[in-house]
Ligand binder design. Structure first.
Ligand SMILES: NC(=O)c1ccc[n+]([C@@H]2O[C@H](COP(=O)([O-])OP(=O)(O)OC[C@H]3O[C@@H](n4cnc5c(N)ncnc54)[C@H](OP(=O)(O)O)[C@@H]3O)[C@@H](O)[C@H]2O)c1
Length: 303
């Protein structure tokens, strides 16, 4: 059975690592490493089958499959540089669950493959509550051989659903992650604008609510409820900070500009995300977009 390491115990990494240790097909404890070691120690103290290690090199050297879940491109680049400089990687599989630029993923895959290691891109759709409930969706891209090694640790263990892009470049998984969240954020911004404008023109709130429930259905129902719940001005710690969208939109804007494509909706929603960060800081809720749109419609910030 494979020995597994988990690198990066932030908000979502911690939840996935815990589920891997609780429900994964493992015969030895998951080796957990985090830059701030106390997070690994706290997790190991709370959850069985997790060994906290202080050395990244030890975590990699003692494992066959190494899952990486880090904040951004700079963190991923720094951690892989350190691993490649100090650990033995030949024959190992690296699974990257971070949300990063597709070019960053391709660069890591190339440097690892040159050393005889494999790399699978595996970004996550869904937030921390879904991760805790093992209901996130993972997108897997890489060689089918590498994906088959990681599959036993996916559905029912760390995730509810898989989008599997077998034998496709790892960059495809990260591109889909960016495009998927672009669709989701644009939908939220559109609902926010429709709801604010309904109020301006005197359409009763239940009219839009019924349209969303009866005609749109699905995710839109929860998105409208989320906006109207006032989470963006009530919660001390928002579930999804705007910084996550800022990172993703800047990657998409970069890819669009390099490919010469003009994407008007992307320009609008990227700008809205930037304005939330400028006015309320990177930790503000992603749903703060609703407050900004309400103000642009001449309504109070708070719904
Ligand atoms: N949170 C979500 O709802 C969500 C949903 C889908 C996808 N994602 C993606 O999943 C990834 C992790 O998200 P998260 O919410 O767990 O992030 P987070 O809470 O901000 O945690 C970031 C992690 O990266 C580590 N890190 C940052 N810079 C580092 C560096 N230079 N060297 C080594 N480690 C470094 C942090 O270590 P320290 O503890 O030492 O700071 C921490 O373990 C991100 O790419 C995010 O976009 C998140």
């Amino acid at each position: 059975m494979s020995r597994v390491a988990w690198i990066g115990l932030g908000n979502i990494g911690k939840a996935l690592c815990e589920n891997l240790a609780r429900y994964g097909p493992i015969s030895t404890p998951v080796t957990a490493w985090n830059r701030t070691h106390s997070a690994a120690e706290e997790l190991a103290a709370r959850v069985e089958n997790i060994d906290a290690v202080a050395s990244l090199t030890d975590a990699v050297n003692s494992s066959d499959i190494i899952c990486v879940c880090l904040s951004d491109d700079a963190a991923v680049d720094a951690v892989f540089s350190s691993i490649i400089g100090q650990a033995s990687v030949a024959g190992k599989l690296f699974v990257d669950l971070s949300t990063i630029h597709p070019d960053t993923a391709s660069a890591q895959a190339e440097r690892l493959q040159r050393l005889g290691a494999e790399y699978v891109g595996s970004p996550i759709f869904g937030g921390v509550p879904l991760a805790k409930a093992r209901q996130v969706t993972l997108v897997l891209a890489g060689s089918s051989h590498a994906i088959s090694k990681f599959r036993p640790f996916t559905t029912g263990v760390t995730c509810g659903q898989l989008i599997c892009l077998s034998d496709k470049p790892c960059a495809n998984a990260f591109m889909l992650k960016l495009l998927g969240n672009f669709i989701r954020f644009s939908a939220i911004a559109t609902l926010a604008e429709a709801d604010a404008f309904s109020e301006v023109v005197g359409l009763p709130p239940e009219a839009l609510e019924q349209f969303v429930r009866v005609v749109l259905q699905g995710a839109a129902v929860g998105q409208l409820q989320g906006l109207r719940s006032g989470e963006y001005h009530k919660a001390d710690k928002p579930s999804v900070p705007i910084a996550l969208w800022n990172k993703e939109s800047s990657h998409l804007v970069d890819i669009a500009s390099k490919s010469g494509a003009r994407l008007d909706v992307l320009s609008t929603v990227a700008g809205q995300g930037d304005r939330v960060k400028e006015s309320y800081g990177p930790a503000a809720s992603l749903l703060t977009i609703f407050g900004l749109i309400r103000e642009q419609c001449g309504l109070p910030f708070e719904a």
